[in-house]
Design a binder for this molecule. Structure first.
Ligand code: LLP
Length: 433
């Protein structure tokens, strides 16, 4: 069991609340976040990621899971937060968070997005490329403001993860390559722009990375590059941001990651590299998303029925599917599940959990061992907290599920279930046809 999950007479309890009660109060499908586990993950990151040699900041990568409630949690725990779109920025800024704690990413930020960033005086913009520097400077000039910026680098590290979530191969669309022959001039151009205050470099080598050597390699490359540029341009570079990507254990196939230990290793590697390269950096940031929310989130479904096909496949049909969790279809992601109201039953049947979309690929888990389970029972799929809700869709006009946070026997509704009216809110009838 993850976090505060407990077996209470055969019924699963999370954060001190029985899932049967959650079903009654909020219906299914339902995203459930174990608030205590989220806080523990953040604490582990904070305890591991600090140093006497430089300041540290942890920036939550909000794309992993974002709601106003989540912003409150992150803010209360003392983290900064990033956004990659006007929509994420708007969600974050519609809370009481100090805009200075917000940082903006994106490889193709629109003028509207840049105006939002500069106008709201957010903490920093991470420039993706040489052309963006001019755009941001123009916006600043027009609005009479100045803004802190970093430059995202492609450091050419091929981390071992799913092809779709690798970000720093030489062919990746993100950042400016450190191998570009104009790279020194690109940085000089940013540094010389009066409206921009250049903080330093950013990199992110990919997501769901277990390979510690890749992080070490990333650190070495970033430090050496920072040194080279600061010598060539004769400037001080105060900050580097190493991105996120720390791996999470979803099933037995993955290794367990001790976040605090991993952070300590990263800090040690930073300290050693800075020392050996004789580089002083004032501040180092990281941007974890998945490692904070993945294990804390689960999805609760109600079983609608079962089917054994002529071909021998045994299906359990649940009332959600690829609309609330696209990851199995998109990345062949693996999950685990239990019959949450019948934990005492022996897990002996191999079944496939299928959703309700008109699509054969709408499978949440293929061939999983489940206990006895009938119509009306509850199936909980664990570790869905990252990139589940945030990548959900209205395909087949599915209503996006509600989200609750649970802790110490209480549940807090942070997002209401969508209504049918929500689905047609923006549709207009043709006047004539
Ligand atoms: N920083 C940057 C610049 C990023 O692009 C990302 C993730 C992160 C931080 C956070 O990475 P994390 O700590 O969450 O691994 N939809 C995919 C994952 C896409 C990740 C995109 N960037 C999935 O469901 O696996």
């Amino acid at each position: 069991y993850l976090g505060t999950m407990k077996d209470v007479d055969g019924v699963l309890e999370i954060g001190g609340v029985l899932v049967t009660k959650l079903q009654k109060d909020y219906g299914t499908p339902l995203y459930i976040y174990d608030l205590e586990l989220m806080e523990k993950k953040i604490t582990a990151l904070k305890e591991g990621f600090h140093s006497d040699k430089f300041k540290t900041t942890i920036v939550y990568a909000s794309k992993a899971y974002l709601s106003k409630g989540m912003v409150q949690v992150v803010d209360k725990m003392g983290l900064d937060i990033d956004a990659v779109s006007a929509g994420e920025l708007h969600t974050i800024l519609s809370t009481k968070i100090n805009p200075k704690k917000v940082h903006m990413h994106g490889n193709n930020k629109s003028l509207e997005e840049l105006e939002m960033c500069v106008g709201s005086e957010i903490g920093s913009i991470i420039l993706d490329n040489r052309f963006e520097a001019k755009r941001v400077a123009d916006v600043c000039k027009r609005l009479g403001k100045k803004i802190d910026v970093m430059l995202r680098l492609n450091i050419g590290i091929d981390a071992h993860t799913h092809e779709y979530i690798k970000t720093a191969k030489h062919t990746s669309k993100f950042g400016e390559s450190i191998f570009d022959r104009d790279i020194v001039e690109i940085v000089r151009d940013i540094v010389e722009k009066e409206e921009l205050n250049f903080l330093g470099f950013h990199c992110h080598i990919g997501s769901q990375i277990f390979d510690e050597l890749a992080f070490g390699e990333g650190i070495e490359t970033m430090v050496k590059f920072t040194k080279e540029i600061s010598e060539k341009l004769n400037i001080k570079i105060p900050e580097i941001n190493l991105g996120g990507g720390f791996g999470v254990r979803y099933t037995d196939e993955d290794t367990d990651v001790d976040l605090k230990k991993l952070m300590k290793k990263i800090v040690k590697s930073l300290e050693v590299t800075l020392e050996s390269e004789k580089v002083t950096i004032e501040k180092v940031s990281i941007e974890p998303g998945r490692s904070i929310v993945a294990q804390a989130g689960s999805t609760l479904y109600t079983v609608g029925g079962k089917k054994k096909t002529f071909g021998g496949e045994k299906y359990i049909f649940i009332d959600g599917g690829m609309t609330d969790n696209i990851r199995p279809a998109l990345y062949s992601a693996k999950y685990e599940s239990v019959v949450a109201n019948r934990l005492n039953e022996e897990k002996k049947e191999v079944v496939t959990l299928a959703g309700k979309c008109c699509e054969s690929g709408d499978i949440i888990i293929k061939d999983t061992k489940l206990g006895k389970c009938d119509e009306g029972d509850l199936v909980l799929v664990s570790c869905t907290g990252a990139y589940g809700h945030s990548m959900s869709s209205n395909y087949n006009k599915a209503l996006k599920p509600a989200v609750v946070f649970v802790k110490n026997g209480r549940s807090y509704l942070v997002s209401k279930r969508e209504t049918y009216e929500d689905l047609v809110r923006n549709d207009l009838m043709l006047e004539e046809i």
